[in-house]
Ligand binder design. Structure first.
Ligand SMILES: C[S@@+](CC[C@H](N)C(=O)[O-])C[C@H]1O[C@@H](n2cnc3c(N)ncnc32)[C@H](O)[C@@H]1O
Length: 345
């Protein structure tokens, strides 16, 4: 949890709820958390990001204005995460009878370890020290292919890299004619809704992102091109090989790490805990990458084997973009069989 000077007093504060705003008092000053004049902004945010049937993550319930706008668009699932105890009560009351809504109490950042990805992620929190530090990374791990992300644009403009959370290709849509009474956070009569469409992201487990990945016996594609296709060539048992293509949509996680194993000069680059399946002493056995030894045989998608002749550990500060996939099958990276990752350390 990152530090924001107002965060703890805000969470402990007794909020005042009226028809047109939520306020609290800090150091003798009344501060607005949310106001109803923002409704056209919230409506545009939902319009630009949410399609019927989507899995939506909304961070910060506030007055529920954005929540209503999201609901109008018939999402398949609508998860709302809210941290203030009084707002949580409001959110729970609002959610009664809405079967596609799930309220999660706490900080959005804590969802980082919860499985599941979203088609739209809408961020509108308050006193949030994690936003600029981690939201970009969070979305890469929680967004589906082409996930639409939007957030509060405090800047009033379209150029601040800080406001854009260091993303490129943020698209802005202007909302005009706003009627904001004087307040402590935004006093313009126009606003630019930011939307970032996340790049298509893939699948896999502890293996270097830039590896090639097999999609058929003969064809190899660069992993970045495979993102959109969300398929992997899989094989449950190399001693009785039956290769098939599996859709791995929504089962992928990308992450960064240092300290990786390189096999045969980069044929495979993996975390030490990555699951492998190798032939040792004539038998296919399960091993972690850090248990492999020279002489182990790797299984190739053309039904041949390749011997491990070199294992190196890169202990430098180089940061690698890794990916992992959680499926009930073994799969190929660079035409080499990787063991399914559900019991990955
Ligand atoms: C500006 S309001 C949201 C307004 C909302 N979009 C609406 O349409 O009414 C911000 C909300 O985020 C909540 N919040 C602040 N930090 C949070 C966090 N880290 N995780 C989840 N909710 C948070 C606040 O309690 C507050 O309810």
């Amino acid at each position: 949890m990152a530090y924001h000077s107002h965060r703890d007093p805000y969470l402990a504060a007794d909020l005042t709820f009226t028809n047109d705003k939520i306020t609290w008092v800090h150091d003798g000053e009344t501060l607005e958390v949310m106001m109803s004049w923002e409704k056209p902004i919230m409506a545009k945010m939902a319009e630009l990001t949410v399609s019927e049937g989507d899995k939506v993550l909304e961070c910060g319930f506030g007055m529920g204005i954005l929540s209503d706008e999201i609901q109008k668009r018939n999402p398949g699932h609508h998860t709302i995460v809210e941290s203030h105890p009084q707002v949580i009560v409001k959110a729970r009351a609002w959610a009664v009878g809405k079967s596609n809504v799930k309220i999660i109490e706490g900080d959005w950042i804590d969802l980082k370890d919860v499985p599941g990805r979203f088609n739209a992620i809408l961020m509108d929190t308050y006193c949030d020290g994690d936003l600029h530090r981690t939201f970009n990374w969070f979305c890469r791990n929680k967004g589906h292919h082409n996930c639409k992300v939007s957030w509060w644009n405090f800047s009033g403009g379209t150029t601040s890299a800080f406001m854009k959370l260091n993303w490129e290709d943020v698209e802005f849509t202007e909302v005009t004619g706003l009627d904001a009474p004087e307040n402590s956070y935004y006093n313009r009569n126009n606003y630019y809704v930011p939307v970032k469409t996340l790049p298509r992201t893939p699948a896999t487990y502890g293996v270097l992102l830039s590896s090639n990945i097999s999609i058929s016996n003969t064809e190899t594609m660069h992993i970045r091109k495979v993102y959109g296709d969300t398929v992997l060539l899989v094989c449950s048992d190399p001693s009785n090989p039956n290769l098939e293509i599996q859709d791995v949509s929504g089962k992928s996680v990308m992450f960064k790490c240092k300290g990786v194993y390189s096999i045969n000069d980069g044929l495979l680059v993996m975390t030490g805990g990555n699951n492998m399946i190798v032939k040792r002493g004539g038998t296919w056995v399960d091993k972690k990458a850090n248990e492999l030894v020279v002489g182990d045989m790797l299984y190739k998608s053309d039904n041949t084997e390749v011997e491990i002749t070199k294992i190196e550990f890169d202990s430098s500060d180089t940061v690698y973009d890794m990916f992992k996939v959680n499926i009930d099958n073994n799969y190929f990276v660079n035409n080499i069989l990787i063991r399914k990752g559900e019991d990955h350390a």
